[in-house]
Write a protein that binds this ligand. Sequence first.
Ligand code: PGA
Length: 262
Amino acid sequence: MDRTKVDQIIHEVVAKYFRKPLIVAGNWKMNMTVREGLDFLEKLGSTEGNVLIFPPYTTLAVLAPEMKKRGILYGPQNFHYEDSGAFTGEISIPMIRELGCSFLLAGHSERRGYYNETDEALGKKVAKGIRSGFQVMLCIGESLEERRSGQWQRKLTEQIVLDLRKLEKEELDSILIAYEPIWAIGTGVSASLEEINETHSFLKMTMREMFGRDLPLLYGGSVNEKNAQEIGSCPYVDGFLIGGASLNPEKFRKIIEVSRGV
Ligand code: PGA
């Protein structure tokens, strides 16, 4: 049996019998006023350490103590690699640190697509975030065209290589990857289980070849309270990054329950 196959079997056994609760991350995007956020947290209640939320900047300061009280980890949806300066509309690491954030979201496809966030900038951002003591969740994903034309492996590998290129090996401990096929985001139709299995096992193998280890790998793209159980049962899925369903406390709570039972 070849090495890759042996690795795969070992990973599946470990994933099945020694699994930690899945990570459940909510990306609120440009949704939620302070009042709505407080109401959401009130309805959600307390959690147990595997839940994180990326709220909009304007709500962070007020929601921070409320999230802390409920055991929710949190951070911004974007950040700059400079500490201060003439960067209108941006926020910096010292501002984020002051609010008790421990996570940073980086490279979401909406930022890459609508705001021209480049791999060049992401390389700097990721290194800055890690060296400032944060955990960074890096989003990667391919377009429908890249999926259909068989370019997805090249695209995902390229994003990992370019965005993590400035890191030392031990700094990888603070990275989580969220695989989010662009074509499955906000469409109500997630990637199929076959596609998730194929892509996640490819990414885990690729990371092992590149770094000698794999990194936590979340799936995102139309995850909801109905499909979370199935998707979470895939051996290479370590958690979810959730947009739409993270705005509804009942749905989000159901996904959290699933994450502790698979
Ligand atoms: P969705 O968004 O769950 O609404 O598809 C996921 C994301 O963009 O992180």
